[in-house]
Design a protein around this ligand. Structure first.
Ligand code: M5T
Ligand code: MG
Length: 696
């Protein structure tokens, strides 16, 4: 595997802070245009949280009011009985039995003033036995006893009464419970819709914000100067635009969507538990710290291992991709065994890390579940005991258990959210890093407005290096009259392409200047530069669009103009043979075209834009003699009447130019016409012998 194989993965660390106010503030800037959606989402979220908190309470009501409608007998002096009755609790809570006794509904102890309830429960006047109460005119059976107008059936004997009988005499309870069930159902439906609305609105807001981030990022990257791209390989940039924005998106859909809700639910649940029974609440919350710790630990481990799995998988994939695409080389050089060994190693690494992942999940998940179950068990034990002693109603116990169970999930989710936040913060830092990179080559504020050029070019004492320590061009001086042409020749790495890059302002000179029509190119507006020059690069770049679009690019050229440009460079011949002619959509980078064909399309592109200054970096690649001739003629057509600066490899092209500059190691070593240079018997003469001496 080459060293650069997965550098883009190695680079994209995800460690860091989970919350950074500055970054969040900047991110919110992208959400701002969609804030209405966010507010709507918050509204929906309040509804769903409210319903979720309400449901166990409704269960409690159903149980206490209708299912476990239990009474205890209270006996005391008539005076205190009277004063109790005078408290006038809710209807049916206290029922007069005799002057010295009354029935108190068990669940009503929950709703009255805690001090009163305490007095009642501990005064020794309240019998522990619990009864169901039936109006004496409706039911009198073997079990229970008649007292005043009521038939009292002890709770444990209720099963002895036939079901049909129970249904009729408890008709009120049945209708009450039905009503509650319907309310329960209604709330559920509301919560489903509100939940849908909540997720949808936030996800839409998130997607729209991410869309904006991606657009801004892409637009910004396009403005950046080449020095940025030579420092940031394509792979890394692609990762930025896709993965890092995806991490932000994950933060949106997973974190923001639920974080507020989780916090609300946890806080709400704890409050309700404390109000219901603060002792039991504290006891049942005792597992929370352990549970939270275990969740955090698990999520952290899971995340780390997930990253490793991803990294190994990427290695595995790129190894397959490389070996398959390089299979010819592997076979010719007999490297199969060697490569098999390497692949085995990578494959084995991936297997091991995957097993580790399974192990982490296999151990931690059950542990976390067990802790949650222990929490529920504690509630059952303590709550059960309190229910037995009458301090807690059955409904309250059931509600308690629901609340406690309902609380574990958001807590365990929170630790995952922290991890997601962490990667999102790291990603946004990188994204903003790109957005904050200023283009190095900028148009000066007092630039000359766009103008049509005559096409005079001059280099004056130009020095340049891609990095300051290694000069690439030294003391370059030359000039071209409008309409004249110059050929740059020299060995590979001499600096020919670099001269061209300076003229197009892909880079700026270190010292010296470049003049267009007598004005420094840095004082011209960028539009002047782009409108008056056309460039055909060494590696002809074809976009995966139609041939016509490749020639047109973004200009508004008509089909006739495109066709005539391609006629002039003699490209129409092969274009017409393509399946859809000019409308044939090209493969990525024009993969289905030959090198010569790609060149011809690029020539047509340059010609169609009718530049004053033509810049051409001739391809060195060998093409067949027919194409060679086509290209040669195309170049001549292109050069006609334009200032041309051409990096030339073909002798015929070179001879057509008005002056030849021989570049070596970043310096102009010789200059003159073909004949003059040959006569000098210098570098050019030697190049001539080496390259074209065989008569080509
Ligand atoms: C001239 C160096 C390169 C060479 C010298 C594009 C580029 C080049 N270089 C960098 O350090 N960084 C860069 O981004 O500059 O290179 P050139 O101008 O491309 O050479 P050429 O066009 O004459 O060569 P060729 O092969 O195209 O005929 O030392 O390392
Ligand atoms: Mg070059």
């Amino acid at each position: 595997m080459p060293p650069h194989g997965n550098s883009s993965f190695a680079d994209d660390s995800i460690e860091g802070k989970g919350y950074d106010a500055k970054l969040i503030k900047r991110l919110l800037h992208y959400v701002k245009p969609h804030r209405k959606l966010v507010f709507l989402a918050m509204f929906f979220m309040l509804i769903t949280s409210g319903v979720e908190l309400l449901l166990p309470y409704i269960t409690k009501q159903g149980i206490d009011k209708y299912l476990a409608r239990l009474y205890q007998v209270y006996t005391d002096t008539p005076a205190s009985c009277d004063s109790l009755m005078a408290m006038e609790p809710a209807e049916g809570d206290f029922i007069f039995l005799a002057s010295d006794s009354l029935l108190i509904r068990k669940a009503s102890l929950d709703t009255m003033d805690p001090a009163d309830a305490h007095l009642l429960a501990t005064g020794g006047h309240l019998a522990a036995e619990t009864f169901y109460l039936f109006p004496a005119d409706q039911y009198q059976g073997e079990t229970g006893r008649l007292q005043n107008d009521y038939w009292l059936v002890p709770e444990r004997d209720l099963g002895k009464i036939p079901v049909e009988k129970l249904m009729t005499i408890r008709a009120k309870d049945v209708s009450g419970i039905t009503r509650l069930a319907l309310i329960f159902l209604g709330l559920l439906v509301i919560s489903i819709f509100a939940g849908y609305g909540h997720v949808m609105t936030l996800v839409v807001a998130g997607q729209r914000s991410m869309f904006d981030v991606r657009t801004e990022l892409f637009n910004h990257i396009q403005t950046l100067s080449l020095n940025f791209f030579s420092k940031n390989p394509v792979g890394r940039l692609v990762t930025r635009v896709s993965n890092d924005v995806e991490a932000l998106n994950e933060m949106f859909s997973a974190v923001l969507v639920n974080l507020v809700k989780d916090v609300l639910l946890i806080a709400g649940t704890i409050t309700i538990l404390l109000i219901m029974d603060w002792k039991l609440a504290l006891i049942s919350l005792s597992v929370l710290p352990v549970f939270t710790l275990a969740s955090i630990l698990f999520r952290r481990k899971a995340r780390t291992i997930y990253r490793k799995v991803r990294k190994h998988l990427a290695e595995l994939n790129s190894s397959i991709a490389e070996d398959v695409s390089g299979v010819k080389v592997v076979q010719i050089f007999g490297q199969e065994k060697n490569r098999r060994g390497r692949y085995f190693e990578i494959n084995d690494n991936y297997y091991k890390i995957s097993m580790k992942q399974l192990y982490v999940f296999g151990v931690f998940r059950p542990i976390i579940n067990i802790i949650a179950q222990v929490g529920t068990a504690i509630v059952l034990i303590y709550g059960g005991l309190s229910t037995l002693s009458g301090a807690l109603t059955l409904g309250a116990l059931v509600a308690f258990i629901s609340y406690v169970r309902q609380m574990f999930k958001p807590i365990s989710d929170m630790s995952e959210k922290y991890n997601i936040m962490q990667s999102a913060m790291a990603s946004s830092e990188r994204i903003f890093g790109i957005l904050d990179t200023e283009p190095k080559i900028v148009q000066s504020s007092d630039a000359i407005p766009p103008q049509k050029l005559r096409g005079e070019v001059a280099f004056q004492d130009v020095n340049f290096g891609y990095d300051p320590d290694t000069p690439v061009l030294r003391e370059i001086n030359f000039g071209i009259e409008p309409g004249k042409s110059i050929a740059l020749v020299g060995p590979t790495g001499a600096g020919k392409t670099s001269i061209i890059s300076l003229l197009t302002r892909f880079w700026d000179v270190d010292t010296g200047k470049i003049l267009l029509d007598g004005t420094d190119i840095r004082d011209h507006s960028v539009a002047t530069l782009r409108n008056n020059t056309s460039i055909v690069l060494q590696d002809a770049f074809i976009f995966s669009r139609s041939v016509a679009d490749n020639i047109r690019l973004s200009s508004d050229l008509t089909m006739e103009e495109i066709r005539s440009a391609s006629d002039m460079v003699q490209a129409t011949g092969f274009i017409d043979k393509l399946p859809n002619g000019f409308n044939t959509v090209m493969a990525e980078r024009g993969a289905t075209l030959s090198t010569g064909q790609k060149q011809l399309i690029c020539f047509a592109r340059a010609l169609a834009h009718d530049p004053r200054i033509l810049i051409l970096d001739e391809a060195t690649s060998n093409v067949d003699p027919t194409t060679e001739q086509l290209i040669q003629r195309a170049i001549e057509t292109l050069m006609k009447g334009r200032t041309s600066i051409i990096v030339a490899h073909r002798l015929s092209t070179i001879q057509k130019c008005d002056e030849i500059l021989v570049i070596d190691a970043g310096k102009i070593m010789e200059r003159g016409s073909h004949q003059e240079l040959l006569a000098r018997r210098g570098i050019y003469y030697n190049l001539y012998l080496l390259q074209w001496g065989n008569g080509k």
